[in-house]
Design a protein around this ligand. Structure first.
Ligand code: UFG
Length: 321
């Protein structure tokens, strides 16, 4: 197939592009390089420099006879979204409206959208399955949910077929070490731990150790980006073969605490990784874990690389250089 990966130079987008290439597809990455980097582009893919807010460039890019598009272009810092909702409205919601309209104009009807577990908000029960109520706690999660709703309307009105993949905590790097671009100013736990291990940052601040969890620190469901990437390929096959849309979770179903992640990182890297306990971060639920049963049933998808050791080993390879 001929696939357009919007946001293809980004951290997750580059892994998704690699997975489609590895599966024998033709891939074009479209990216404005605001958070993505040229380092994440591959020799065997095309690249179009462009912004999803620039409709004419998007429409021109879309005109290359694509069978499907994968949409991962978004601002993703939940904390920032509470301070700058206008940025998130524009980039995430308006940007997606442009993509959908350009896709319709160009006749691209298969869309895989990178959604987020942030659509659920504070968990009412665990593990979280797709029937869990959606009640985002931050504006970022709200934008992801709104886009899912837009997709549903475009499905009803225009026959678009989509897969919305609700990622839990994306982490790790390509197991074959082919992706080298590091995220700038990361806000997520694992890249911060790696920056401390690599001497780029003084210490890890652990946001709260008084949660009602086994060691007092928050528990999350970390899922390897290569597993996420495989989920995109499987989801696209599914919506094409079944002429149906799907919304599903992608998570490892494994809960790892902040302290556990830190301890494993110390062991894997052999670095002391200084850390201190800080106050709680606003909006952090104590525990989040996914049920990925639905993805297993409909896609035959299962996380393969999402154990904490593999997440840390593959990330450390990228940071160690
Ligand atoms: N944490 C620290 N110190 C840090 C950074 C994080 O203690 O410097 C803790 C957080 O408090 C949290 C855990 O590490 O308990 C994970 O935090 P992240 O910021 O890495 O990830 P979040 O769980 O907050 O959110 C991530 C993505 C969201 C997505 C969500 C889905 O950033 O976009 O997973 O589960 F919606």
């Amino acid at each position: 197939m001929n696939i357009l990966v919007i946001g293809g130079a980004g951290y997750i987008g580059s892994h998704v592009a690699r997975e489609f290439l590895d599966n024998g597809h033709r891939v074009t990455a479209f990216d404005n390089l605001s958070s993505g980097t040229r380092e994440n582009l591959f020799k065997d893919e095309e690249f179009i420099y462009g912004d999803i807010l620039d409709y004419s460039t998007l429409l021109r890019a879309m005109g290359n006879g694509f069978d499907a598009l994968i949409h991962l272009a978004a601002a993703k810092a939940a904390g920032e979204s509470m301070l700058k909702p206008e940025k998130y409205s524009r980039q995430n919601i308006s940007g997606t409206v442009n993509i959908l309209n350009a896709a319709l104009e160009a006749g691209v009807k298969n869309i895989v959208f990178s959604s987020s577990a942030a659509v659920y908000g504070e968990p009412q029960y665990l593990p979280i399955d797709e029937k869990h109520p959606t009640n985002p706690e931050n504006y970022y999660g709200f934008t992801k949910l709104e886009i899912e709703r837009l997709l549903s309307w475009y499905e009803k009105l225009k026959g678009v077929r989509f897969a919305a993949l609700r990622y839990f905590n994306a982490a790790g790097y390509d197991v074959k070490g082919r992706i080298a671009g590091l995220e700038q100013n990361p806000a997520n736990l694992l890249p911060i731990i790696m920056e401390v291990a690599a001497g780029l940052r003084r210490e890890l601040r652990i946001f709260g150790d008084d949660y009602d969890t086994r060691d007092g620190t928050c528990i999350r469901d970390y899922v390897h980006v290569s597993d996420l990437a495989a989920g995109h390929v499987a989801a696209l096959d599914y919506i094409r073969e079944n002429a149906a849309s799907i919304v599903l979770n992608l998570g490892s179903e494994n809960g790892v605490s902040v302290k556990e992640m830190l301890e494993i990182a110390r062991r894997v890297t052999g670095k002391p990784i200084p850390a201190r306990i800080d106050g709680r971060r606003a909006g952090d639920p104590a525990k989040l874990t996914a049920s990925s049963q639905y993805a297993r049933e409909v896609l035959g998808w299962q996380a393969r690389y999402s154990d904490a050791e593999t997440l840390i080993e593959t990330t450390w390879k990228a940071y160690h250089k």
